[in-house]
Design a protein around this ligand. Structure first.
Ligand code: C2O
Ligand code: CU
Ligand code: CU
Length: 548
């Protein structure tokens, strides 16, 4: 049996150390014909040129978990979009920085908002608009391998470009961070965020055309938290017991520097997936966090390029999930495990009251990635975990004015190795085909023709998952006919809240419903596996004005 690169990449669930990466390279090589004309075959993964850190060699839980600082408003300003109001004005400067990922790892070059990794947390309140000036103060050369054969990253484009998007924000097109609206070092853009939406854990990150995967990998992301009175009235854990926890992974070399995988074709270094050897919690490898024997709220955000997280606690301790991407669930859910695909969020409450003097670990699969050390400092816990959180009225799919069928495709080479992933068989530059009307309800069905799960994200709107249903791939390929082979599966309980990113499983039709509220304009939808997004698995959509 030959192991293809795909098998390797697909199986890459656990830590990938230097040895497995090299092994995969050798087996990928072994299955490649001697000569291949350029671009008719998928490039193979090249071996790393530098020795990577073996995660088993690292001391566990020797660094404190970093809590990103809260972004403070520099001043109060007026803005023409909100006449007569004074708004908080924030400056966020993207710049190069050197960060310690672990006590025993030499300082790592990163790009961070305000020189921090993750960037400062932006705190917003529902109904209180705010201003952010996003400043590109990055160096003029990129330190990660740009693929100039990708659309939008050609040789005539500047190497370093940036544009920030707040993931999950209901914001006008001009302030949403359209991928082609990037700008170069020395420039900035002033965005305004109305925050006219329910309390939720959002996050901001770079979105520059063709290099998003590299810019986010370099460190350009942070949390954006929307709060509201209704949620506050629930008396959930708050203040220093309400913590954003951003999870990602990176390939880190023994000299402490980031390694981003490349193919064996120097003219086209893009690879379809990037899994790291180290998992980072708020930018630290294997940190610890001192907690008190009480309830905490953690806002889990998967900020990884490719990796999904399979999270659980030691001691068979359950997690109480209270929110998903776009805010509170109807009721708290007791969960033994929580799976998060890239860009998905889950807010959880963990009760440490039975663990005074002990340690509890947060695990990804079997591996402890963060240790909670429980010490009693005599502070009383007055928070609660109510039995009901917030109603999520179901959207009736019958009220949809459009039911779109959209495929997730992959073009393979002769060996079955993926070269490009597409949405509905179209490229980014093809004419816009999704043109929903403002305030109308639509259902979108993602017909996954590939062998992998893809987290699909829509800008601007929040949606509900209707169902997932197995279909006959052969019938589709033969006659473009959608033939179901089993009953529709309802969403899982934790998927009954508002979402902005949905896992579209292979062999399934994943159906979502949404009302297109927001300002008319051009937005995007895409796969949130960043390597896919950068290589054509992203499409614009136009929100058309409502009929008057
Ligand atoms: Cu998380 Cu298009 O974004
Ligand atoms: Cu987004
Ligand atoms: Cu994808």
């Amino acid at each position: 049996m030959t192991i293809t690169r795909r098998d390797f990449l697909r199986g890459a669930g656990a830590f990938v150390g230097m040895y497995t990466l090299a092994d995969a390279w050798h087996s990928a090589r072994a299955s490649t014909p001697m000569t291949m004309p350029a671009r008719t075959s998928a490039a193979m993964l090249a071996p790393p040129k530098v020795p990577l850190i073996n995660p088993t060699s690292l001391a566990r839980f020797v660094d404190a978990l970093p809590i990103p600082s809260v972004a403070h408003a520099e001043s109060q300003r007026t803005h023409p979009a909100y006449p007569g109001r004074k708004l908080s004005y924030h400056r966020m400067e993207m710049r190069e920085c050197k960060i310690s990922l672990h006590r025993d790892i030499p300082g790592t070059r990163l790009w961070g908002y305000n020189g921090q990794f993750p960037g400062p947390t932006i705190e917003a309140r529902r109904g209180e608009p705010l201003l952010v000036e996003w400043i590109n103060a990055l160096p003029s050369k990129h330190f990660l391998p740009i693929d100039h054969s990708l659309h939008g990253a050609e040789h005539d484009k500047p190497e370093v470009r940036a544009i920030t998007h707040v993931h999950g924000a209901r914001v006008s097109a001009k302030n949403d961070g359209f991928p082609e609206d990037w700008y170069t070092p020395g420039h900035s853009t002033l965005y305004h965020y109305p925050n006219g939406q329910d309390a939720a854990t959002l996050w901001y990150h770079d979105h520059a055309m063709g290099i998003t995967r590299l810019n986010i990998y370099a460190g350009l992301f942070g949390a954006y938290i929307v709060r509201d009175d209704e949620e506050q009235a629930l008396n959930l854990p708050s203040g220093d017991c309400d913590i954003p926890l951003m999870l990602c992974d990176r390939l880190v070399a023994q000299d402490g520097q980031l390694y981003y995988p490349v193919s064996d074709d120097p003219a086209a270094p893009w690879v379809m997936q990037c899994n790291g050897n180290l998992v980072l919690c708020n930018g630290k490898v294997f940190p610890y966090f001192d907690v008190e024997p009480r309830r905490y709220r953690f806002r889990l955000i998967n900020t990884a390029n490719t990796r999904f997280f399979d999270l659980s606690l030691s001691h068979d301790q359950p997690l109480q999930q209270i929110a998903s991407d776009q805010g509170l669930l109807p009721v708290p859910l007791q969960r033994a495990r929580i799976e998060l695909y890239p860009a998905e969020r889950a807010d959880v409450v963990i009760d440490f009251s039975a663990f005074a003097g002990k340690a509890v670990q947060l695990r990804h699969q079997a591996e402890g990635i963060l240790e909670f050390r429980v010490r009693d400092h005599g502070r009383r816990d007055s928070s609660t975990l109510p039995a009901a959180l917030r109603g999520v009225p179901r959207i009736d799919p019958q009220s949809a004015v459009q039911n779109r069928i959209l495929t997730l495709n992959e073009t393979d080479d002769a060996n079955g190795n993926a070269m490009t992933m597409l949405l509905d068989g179209k490229r980014w530059s093809d004419p816009v085909t999704e043109k929903p009307r403002q305030n109308s309800i639509e259902t979108w069905s993602f017909v996954n023709l590939t062998g992998d799960a893809h987290p699909i994200h829509l800008h601007l709107v929040r949606f509900q998952i209707l169902d997932r249903r197995p279909f006959d791939l052969f019938a589709w390929n033969a006659q473009r006919k959608l033939l179901f082979t089993g009953p529709a599966q309802p969403p899982e309980p934790q998927e009954l809240g508002w979402k902005d990113t949905v896992r579209a499983d292979p062999g399934m039709v994943t159906r979502i419903a949404m009302r297109f509220e927001g300002e008319p304009g051009r937005y995007v939808w895409h796969c949130h596996l960043l390597e896919h997004e950068d290589n054509e698995m992203m499409r614009p959509f136009d929100l058309l004005p409502a009929h008057s």
